[in-house]
Design a binder for this molecule. Structure first.
Ligand code: NDP
Length: 334
């Protein structure tokens, strides 16, 4: 069987950024497999998106135990594509996975116990056919489990060679402070935090990004396009194949509520010579922003469009103010 030959130009245009004070560089744009890679999605489309991403210099793929549907199937799809196409590039690829949300029934199938995290990581490795992942995250904080236990499970994952680095996601400022301290004491410094951050979701600006910067921890913004709201996807209504039309976390009501803001933002993007999606990606990656933007996609052309955002990451202070003024009070809401 012939293995996939990736483009020889794959490192020519992508920007790679240091993840906090670590040795690891991440592509400015990463690809997330939350949607459109599960067992019910078109396999050949998923395969085409992964190949094209890698050819464009996207070396980082973000997964979680529960991505699908059904839960676990995005990791299976990823493992299958590694086997078919990209496995021989394993050392050029950064794979992340997470555990924290509901994965299996009973008292050990979610949250932050050592029992759950390590069992889940073992399952993820099997599904992907990997010996190790590059980054293993605690997907959400668990107020009922001592944070020492959750962090020591991450430390164990790294020491046992099942993960190379540890990360946290969805932790608030105080929780992050504590997690970073514990991980440092354990000798496995936190590599990265994955918060929700976009023009519409500004919570991380209330202390989190500053904390990460001062602690030398990297950051990767999830849903930088607000699940597709910050694109032209809904310009002509809610298409049948769009995320908002499916039973998902993006509700049609939100599409309608954001319509005027989206139109006004698209005008600023056009004046910059960008699509709205490109401006939204550029905005999270702007000076003072995050290390990487983990975008999702349903088609290869979206990935191509989003990667082209890297041609202009500069914003004038007038543009930034204009964006904030369009959002008004919404800008300050987490
Ligand atoms: P985005 O905000 O990037 O939204 C992706 C969606 O936007 C696509 O599925 C597509 O929607 C639409 N889109 C993307 N590019 C374009 C374009 N150029 N033009 C028009 N529409 C476009 O991110 P996601 O919400 O998908 O999240 C990204 C990743 O973040 C996830 O895959 C996951 O890895 C991570 N994540 C982490 C979470 C956590 O708790 N840590 C939670 C959620 C996500 P459509 O399908 O309608 O075409």
């Amino acid at each position: 069987m012939n293995l996939y030959e990736a483009s020889t130009e794959r490192y020519d245009t992508m920007a790679y950024r240091r993840c906090g004070r670590s040795g690891l560089l991440l592509p400015a744009i990463s690809l997330g497999l939350w949607h459109n890679f599960g067992g019910s999605s078109d396999f050949e489309n998923a395969r085409a998106m992964l190949r094209r991403s890698f050819d464009l210099g996207i070396t980082h793929f973000d997964l979680a135990n529960n991505y699908g549907p059904p839960a676990g199937s995005a990791e299976e799809t990823f493992g299958r594509i590694l086997k078919l196409d990209l496995g021989h590039y394993r050392d050029e690829i950064v794979v992340s996975t997470k555990a924290g949300y509901l994965m299996w029934p009973g008292p050990y199938g979610e949250w932050g116990s050592r029992k759950y995290l390590i069992a889940s990581l073992n399952q993820s490795l099997k599904r992907m056919g990997l010996d190790y992942v590059d980054i293993f995250y605690s997907h959400r904080p668990d107020v009922h489990t001592p944070m020492e236990e959750t962090m020591s499970a991450l430390d164990f994952a790294v020491r046992s060679g099942k993960a190379l680095y540890a990360g946290i996601s969805n932790y608030g400022v105080e929780q992050t402070h504590e997690a970073l301290r514990l991980l440092r004491e354990l000798g496995t410094p936190c590599l990265i935090h994955q918060p929700k951050y976009s023009i519409f979701q500004r919570g991380p600006e209330e202390g989190l990004l500053d904390l990460l910067r001062s602690e030398g921890v990297g950051s990767i913004a999830f849903s930088p396009l607000a699940q597709g709201l910050l694109t032209d996807r809904y310009r002509n209504g809610i298409g049948k194949d769009s995320r908002a039309a499916q039973a998902s976390f993006l509700k049609p009501a939100e599409v309608h509520e954001r319509r005027l803001e989206v139109l006004a933002l698209a005008e600023i993007a056009a004046a910059r010579g960008q699509s709205l999606a490109q401006m939204a990606v550029a905005w999270v990656l702007r000076e003072g922003g995050v290390t990487s933007a983990v975008t999702g996609a349903s088609h290869v052309r979206q990935i191509e469009e989003n990667v082209a955002a890297l041609r202009n990451l500069e914003f004038s202070s007038e543009e930034l103010q204009h964006i904030d003024s369009i959002l008004g009070k919404a800008a300050a809401q987490p």
